[in-house]
Design a binder for this molecule. Structure first.
Ligand code: SF4
Ligand code: SF4
Length: 291
């Protein structure tokens, strides 16, 4: 089984548009939406939930008011001001301020505070018209999205093996931080979707640096290439210099927005020039992946 992750660095370059189109075109595959902080692939693929499970991403303190003798030691020690006190309710923990360091549990003389697993979100296996998809929802303000990305990928791989699929397509998160690292380590290929803007180019170079660091082959696609032909030429030169295959240049076209509004991938919505470029691009990616 091969694994392809589609990333962009900068958000809003059209990464999910390309992923949704590939999801439609690829036949024997499983999809994984690794953009767990702000998942959006489901907006196009309208998944029907088959199973759901909690994501336990870490541990947090629980205060047992019955055992607490109101000595105030936990509040004195907490460097995050996460322990609150009122005469009426005594001491309590503000989970939004808490950093889960565990010091209060260690220091409490009455063992009134214990560290317990915390549920930080949910992950799902769903059916879509483009095949099965693993996706997740991180709780509001919750941390550990890198861990959740790893879980989504693991579950995607398990499902692909179970169903004898030849490919796992991951819609990666934006940025270059921990969730992106979690979405690309060990994959067979990364496709970087960029755009000819300064921030798009800057972030393409950063994510490409990340791929090189992990020794992962990368391909590039320029979305809305005709937005700035001067910058597009710079991206072409960058790809040449670094021997990266430039697999597609997608023109700026309102059909992309219209397809999104219709909740369809661009290749489902239209068979015009954007659709043709994306189809040709998919053929090149298939060839590079050797599937
Ligand atoms: S350290 Fe323990 S006993 Fe003291 S106030 Fe905090 S929870 Fe209560
Ligand atoms: S776990 Fe750490 S941050 Fe959270 S309340 Fe206890 S001392 Fe404060």
């Amino acid at each position: 089984m091969k694994e392809l992750t589609i990333i962009s660095g900068k958000g809003g370059t059209g990464k999910t548009t390309v992923t949704a189109a590939f999801a439609t075109l690829a036949t024997n595959k499983i999809l994984a939406d690794c953009d767990v902080d702000a998942a959006d692939l489901h907006l196009i693929l309208t998944p029907k939930e088959l199973s759901k499970a909690d994501f336990i991403g870490g541990r947090g303190p629980i205060l047992d008011g019955e055992k607490c003798i109101r000595c105030g030691e936990c509040q004195r020690l907490c460097r995050f001001d996460a322990i609150e006190f009122t005469e009426a309710s005594g001491y309590s923990i503000n989970n939004f301020a808490c950093d889960s360091c565990g010091l209060c549990a260690l220091a409490c003389p009455e063992k009134a505070i214990t560290m317990a697993d915390t549920i930080n979100g949910q992950w799902f296996i769903s059916d879509t018209r483009a095949g099965k998809m693993v996706h997740a929802r991180l709780g509001i303000g919750e941390d550990n999205s890198g861990k959740l990305v790893t879980l989504v990928r693991q579950q995607g791989k398990l499902l692909a093996k179970k169903e004898n699929r030849e490919l796992l397509i991951n819609d990666g998160p934006p940025g270059i931080g921990c969730p992106v690292t979690a979405s690309i380590t060990g994959v067979d290929m990364v496709l970087i979707v960029t755009e000819p803007t300064l921030s798009g180019m800057h972030d393409m170079e950063r994510v490409h640096g990340l791929c090189r660091h992990f020794d992962i082959p990368a391909l590039v696609c320029i979305n809305r290439f005709d937005l700035n032909l001067h910058n597009t030429e710079k991206i072409r030169n960058y790809c040449n210099r670094h021997e990266i295959a430039l697999v597609g240049e997608i023109p700026l076209d309102q059909v992309v927005n219209k397809a999104q509004v219709a909740r369809l991938s661009v290749v489902e919505y239209d068979c015009g020039r954007v659709s043709q470029v994306v189809r040709e691009m998919w053929k090149k990616v298939e060839k590079e992946l050797d599937i």
